[in-house]
Write a protein that binds this ligand. Structure first.
Ligand SMILES: N[C@@H](CCC(=O)N[C@@H](CS)C(=O)NCC(=O)O)C(=O)O
Length: 215
C-alpha cells in the first residue's frame, strides 16, 4: 500500500487518522502542493489521480482517490473499529456531519480555490483569508449546533468512540486555526477535538509530525 499525501492537506490528514485507527501503515509518498508549481499537477501524479489532488491510496493495483471514499473502503475491508454506527439513521447523521466538512466547507476553501481568488480574480491575501474564515465559520456554526445537540451521548460527537465525524472534524479545526478562525465560539467542537487528540491515532496524524513537515 502506498499513500500519496501532503503534511498540511486536510484530506490527507483525515486518511492518516483513519489508517491509524484501523491499524494500517501504508508507505508514504510525499506530494508537495506548492513546490515547482505543485507536484500534484504533474502528468505522473495525474495518471494516478486525474483531479490532481491529494490524497491517493495505491492498493492491490487500484488507485483510490477522494478521502471519504478511502475511509469507506477502509470501513468495508476492515470493519473494526467501526467508523460508522450500525443503525441506518445514526449512520446517516454521522455521514451528514462529515459531509458538512468534506462536501461543503473544504471544497471551496482548498488551495486551488484560494489560488484562483488571487490569480486570475485579483483578490488580496487579506480578502482570500476572509473568504476562508467566512465559509469555515458558517460550517462550524452548524457543526457546533449538531455537536451540542448530541453532547449527552459521550465525549465524542456521537458517543464514546471516534469515527467518521471526528476524522473529518479534527483536521478542519486544525486548518481553521491556521487561518486565524476564532474557535472560542465553538466550545463543544474544541472539547471533542481535545478528546480526539488524547488518542495516538489523532495525535500522531497532525501535520507537524509528518515526515514531509515544514516549519
Ligand atoms: N474531496 C477531496 C479533496 C481533495 C483536496 O482538495 N485536496 C487538496 C489538499 S487538502 C489538494 O490536493 N489541493 C491541491 C490543489 O488545490 O491544487 C478529498 O476529500 O480527497
Amino acid at each position: 500500500m502506498r499513500f500519496h499525501g501532503f503534511f498540511r492537506s486536510g484530506a490527507a490528514w483525515r486518511c492518516r487518522i483513519a489508517f491509524a485507527l484501523k491499524g494500517v501503515t501504508p508507505d508514504f509518498v510525499p506530494v508537495h502542493l506548492r513546490r515547482g508549481g505543485g507536484e500534484q499537477k504533474t502528468p505522473a501524479y495525474r495518471a494516478l489521480n486525474p483531479q490532481g489532488l491529494v490524497p491517493t491510496l495505491e492498493v492491490d493495483g487500484h488507485a483510490l482517490t477522494q478521502s471519504l471514499a478511502i475511509l469507506e473502503w477502509l470501513e468495508e475491508t476492515i470493519p473494526e473499529p467501526a467508523f460508522l454506527p450500525k443503525d441506518p439513521f445514526e449512520r446517516a447523521e454521522v455521514r451528514a456531519f462529515a459531509l458538512v466538512i468534506a462536501a461543503d466547507i473544504h471544497p471551496i476553501c482548498n488551495l486551488r480555490v484560494l489560488n484562483h481568488l488571487k490569480d486570475p480574480l485579483g483578490h488580496s491575501q487579506d480578502e482570500v483569508d476572509a473568504w476562508y474564515r467566512h465559509w469555515n465559520v458558517l460550517g462550524l456554526e452548524a457543526l457546533e449546533a449538531i455537536a451540542v445537540r448530541n453532547a449527552g451521548k459521550g465525549r465524542f460527537v456521537f458517543g464514546d468512540t471516534p469515527g467518521m465525524a471526528e476524522i473529518c472534524l479534527a483536521p478542519q479545526l486544525g486548518g481553521a486555526r491556521r487561518f486565524g478562525v476564532d474557535l472560542a465560539a465553538f466550545p463543544r467542537l474544541v472539547e471533542v477535538e481535545a478528546a480526539c487528540n488524547a488518542l495516538p491515532a489523532f495525535a500522531n496524524a497532525v501535520p507537524g509530525k509528518q515526515p514531509d513537515a515544514e516549519a
